[in-house]
Design a binder for this molecule. Structure first.
Ligand code: NDP
Length: 434
């Protein structure tokens, strides 16, 4: 990638942005033409096959975040999101972090978890023992239910038995849950896992004498974790009103608040998901699955907490860390058929699933840094409303150059609302007619 073409990317015109991505080697000539001709559309035949009662496409803006350095690799990251300021904040944070060495990431092995949950078990200890004794047999039967994943190098790897007992007086009976850990290779694996769980459940019923109630993967993918860290010296943190040390300490304190207060933690983590969801969506992955798993992971201590930690190291630098369950895939689902997802994978240079996890967790950490830094310094509204002004201008009916003109006046107005945007536009149009 030749990043010289990407300097001051945000200042370029729409067509020049696309040309710059082409010249930098981020997109191919064909992809450039697709973007310029605005033909990045899901065709109706594919849409009709993808979902039921298909009536059309619902568009979402696709942008790129700049300045990412992930494991010493420069990256442009595609993001599908409708919220103003997210991509600007992402690129801003990535620039600061990139100038300090970038993100370092680690990933665990990728194992999805399938559950067969049983009711009507007479003796839980005995049923558990029988399942554990038959472990190899159960794993083989799971693999027989989906042989192609075994041929691809994956398959069922491990088994765990859990007795689900509610200690309160809720009247809920005890259930037995059999977990199978599955290597789904490059796929997120929901369908692979679900097929395996349905395949093994009759045998598990036979072994335990119980009745299989549920046979599906869990989206709480605790065996598929990705971690990003970054180290930011204080000289990169100072603002017009705060020293670098003050900004560092305020970021640490703000994260402490999000660690102890769920009301703050939810918003803190929403900021992380602004980045995570945008890449998950752009890459054609199942963002509901990621959302559900991430928020469960935030509650793993028994209380919903901040997903990030920000601390000070021995030399006084700010050190950030984020770990997320990220069962994303590079094949399967809509990924191989959605033109937007294909473009997104191409922009990221066709990462494998592990690399995609590394990219997404880094974006989450950058997004959190940007949001918390803004919150504890100038406040979130300065940057946010500046960009939000453009959305208001569009909602007020502004077109072409008028969008920026209305937004510029709105930015300096006391009341930044739709009515004000409409009045500004009216004034501009009247001026124009004179
Ligand atoms: P698919 O059902 O599309 O299965 C993966 C496909 O990718 C298989 O056809 C497989 O081929 C193919 N493939 C090609 N190369 C590879 C490779 N290197 N590694 C692995 N597979 C490869 O997708 P998933 O099983 O990943 O399921 C994801 C979908 O399931 C998403 O659309 C999701 O929304 C949905 N879903 C999610 C649920 C949840 O999260 N709770 C529940 C149900 C569905 P082959 O078969 O030949 O091996």
């Amino acid at each position: 990638m030749d990043t010289t073409h990407l300097t001051k990317f945000y200042k370029k015109k729409h067509t020049d942005k696309i040309e710059a991505l082409y010249l930098a080697g981020v997109i191919s000539k064909k992809e450039k033409e697709t973007l310029l001709n605005r033909t990045l559309e899901l065709d109706s035949e594919t849409g009709n096959h993808l979902i039921e009662n298909y009536i059309g496409n619902y568009s979402m803006p696709l942008g790129v975040a700049m300045n990412y350095v992930i494991d010493a690799e420069e990256m442009v990251v595609p993001m599908a999101i409708e919220e103003p300021s997210v991509i600007a904040a992402s690129s801003f944070a990535a620039k600061i972090i990139g100038s300090a060495g970038g993100f370092n990431t680690e990933v665990t092995q990728r194992r999805m978890i399938g559950q067969v949950t049983l009711k009507n078990i007479a003796n839980f200890e005995e049923a558990s023992r029988k399942i554990e004794t038959a472990k190899q047999d159960i794993l083989s039967r799971a693999n027989e239910a989906y042989p192609s994943i075994v041929k691809r190098g994956g398959g069922a790897r491990d088994l765990e038995v859990r007795i689900l007992k509610d200690d309160s007086d809720s009247g809920i009976p005890t259930f037995l849950s059999v977990h199978i850990h599955i290597d789904t290779q490059e796929a997120m694996g929901a369908n692979i896992v679900n097929t395996m769980m349905e395949g093994i459940s009759p045998y598990i019923e036979e072994l335990t004498g119980g009745t299989a109630l549920l046979r599906i993967l869990t989206n709480y993918a605790t065996e598929c974790l990705a971690t990003a860290t970054c180290v930011i010296p204080t000289n990169k943190l100072k603002t017009a009103t705060f020293s670098g040390e003050e900004v560092r300490d305020r970021i640490i304190e703000a994260t402490q608040v999000a660690t102890i207060d769920p009301y703050r933690a939810v918003t803190h983590n929403k900021g992380i998901m602004n980045g995570v969801d945008a890449v998950v969506l752009a890459s054609g992955n199942d963002w509901r699955a990621i959302e559900a798993g991430v928020h469960a992971y935030a509650s793993r201590s028994g209380q919903y907490r901040s997903l990030t930690t920000w601390q000070k190291n021995d030399t006084g630098d700010l050190v950030g860390e984020l770990t997320l369950p990220l069962p994303v895939g590079t094949v399967g689902g809509a990924i191989s058929i959605h033109p937007g997802a294909q473009l997104a994978h191409s922009i990221m240079n066709h990462p494998n699933a592990h690399t995609l996890e590394r990219i997404i967790v880094s974006v989450g950490l950058a997004q959190n840094f940007a949001a918390v830094r803004a919150l504890v310094t100038e406040g979130i509204q300065t940057g946010h409303m500046g960009l939000h002004a453009r959305s208001l201008a569009i909602s007020a009916g502004a077109k072409g150059d008028h969008v920026q003109q209305v937004a510029d006046i709105l930015k300096h107005s006391k009341h930044k609302n739709l009515q004000r945007a409409k009045n500004i536009l009216l004034n501009l149009l009247e001026e124009f007619d004179k």
